[in-house]
Design a protein around this ligand. Structure first.
Ligand code: ZN
Length: 337
């Protein structure tokens, strides 16, 4: 392979086919990871195709197309809170605004790239011509328990879930744990707990729909104080927007949750669209041909899912449920913060 590095820091190894300069089958994965991402997260999808190329080379085997193995840079985007940087550069969808994102020490991505010898001005040249890309295949560990539990060695991706992420803030009324009667409380934490239980129940009833409350904070909480505020995250994913988007999931009934607290602030951190892969050409999988919803990605090179920021409406609790917030969102200007 001949190896090059592009302006985004992607490392690309090219194994020429029988015809030099032919279109390429792209494969690869990210070589950054996240805390506790596991030993094989990303790396497997880079190392495995390199091992394949080594064996083909040993056998003197060449194809009528080139094979390019890509190690994607900054896929997880932890440092600058912007994901898919390397793959976006290759797809030609890199958003230059993220160059001004700062890390925890206040350094911009632009400055850090320059210090590492990368020129952001060269990013457009990192984009691949779609005519020169035959397909993209990624091998990745499952990062879940299903294959293990089913005793299966491998699975084929049929869709990438769209994701909706929210930070919800509930404001109630702090009070003395001993003197405020139960029926006179506006307990923000209990309101949040009910919302979390609703999300668990709602998402548990639909295959492919998952919801997680991964962070839950009671600011200034104390053992003997009725919580006046609660802040928690919601992460909802599904391959089908109709199941994931409000009001089907993020609307909860006007239950006790609303009665607990005084004000609800919903912030949507971000939202991505799901991508279901169309029926592949020449898929060699056994069994009946896959339907569009169950197709594998072996013959497609879909664009990266678009991310759409949502506004941050502040609603009185009398209107508090996420579907009301979502309805109001389109007419609301997001706060500056
Ligand atoms: Zn990964």
């Amino acid at each position: 392979m001949t190896v090059r590095r592009d302006a985004a820091g992607n490392v690309i190894g090219r194994y020429e086919g029988t015809e030099p300069g032919a279109a390429a089958l792209l494969t690869g994965s990210h070589f950054d990871s996240v805390r506790d991402g596991g030993r094989y997260d990303g790396n497997l999808g880079v190392i495995l195709p390199i091992a394949c190329v080594a064996e083909w080379n040993r056998q003197g085997k060449r194809f009528p197309f080139a094979v390019e193995v890509v190690g994607f840079a900054e896929e997880e985007g932890v440092r600058f809170k912007a994901t898919l940087l390397g793959s976006r550069a290759i797809a030609g969808t890199f958003d230059n605004n993220v160059l001004d994102n700062v890390d925890d020490s206040g350094k911009t991505m632009r400055d850090v790239m320059a210090a590492a010898g990368f020129d952001p001005a060269g990013l457009p040249a990192a984009a691949h011509d779609p005519k020169k890309v035959l397909a993209f295949i990624e091998v990745h560990i499952e990062q879940g328990p299903v294959l293990l539990n089913e005793g299966l060695p491998v699975g084929v991706v049929t869709a990438i879930s769209g994701a909706s992420r929210f930070i919800v803030e509930l404001e109630g009324l702090a009070g003395h744990a001993g003197t405020v009667p139960m029926d006179m409380r506006r307990d923000a934490a209990m309101a949040g707990a009910e919302i979390g239980l609703y999300i668990e129940k709602r998402c548990g009833g639909k295959p492919g729909l998952v919801g997680t409350v991964g962070q839950f904070n009671v600011p200034n909480g104390a053992t003997n104080v009725v919580p006046g505020r609660a802040v928690f995250s919601i992460d909802i994913r599904c391959g089908d927007d109709a199941e994931r988007e409000p009001p089907s999931v993020t609307c909860w009934p006007r239950s006790n949750a609303c009665a607990h607290a005084a004000t609800c602030v919903r912030r949507c951190a971000r939202r991505t669209k799901p991508r279901v892969f169309p029926a592949p050409r020449g898929c060699r999988s056994n069994g009946p041909p896959p339907s569009p919803a169950r197709a594998c990605r072996c013959a497609t090179f879909p664009p990266a899912p678009a991310m759409t920021p949502w506004p941050l409406p502040r609603l009185p609790m009398s209107r508090c449920c996420l579907c009301a917030a979502a309805t109001a969102a389109s007419a609301t200007t997001p706060p500056k913060s």
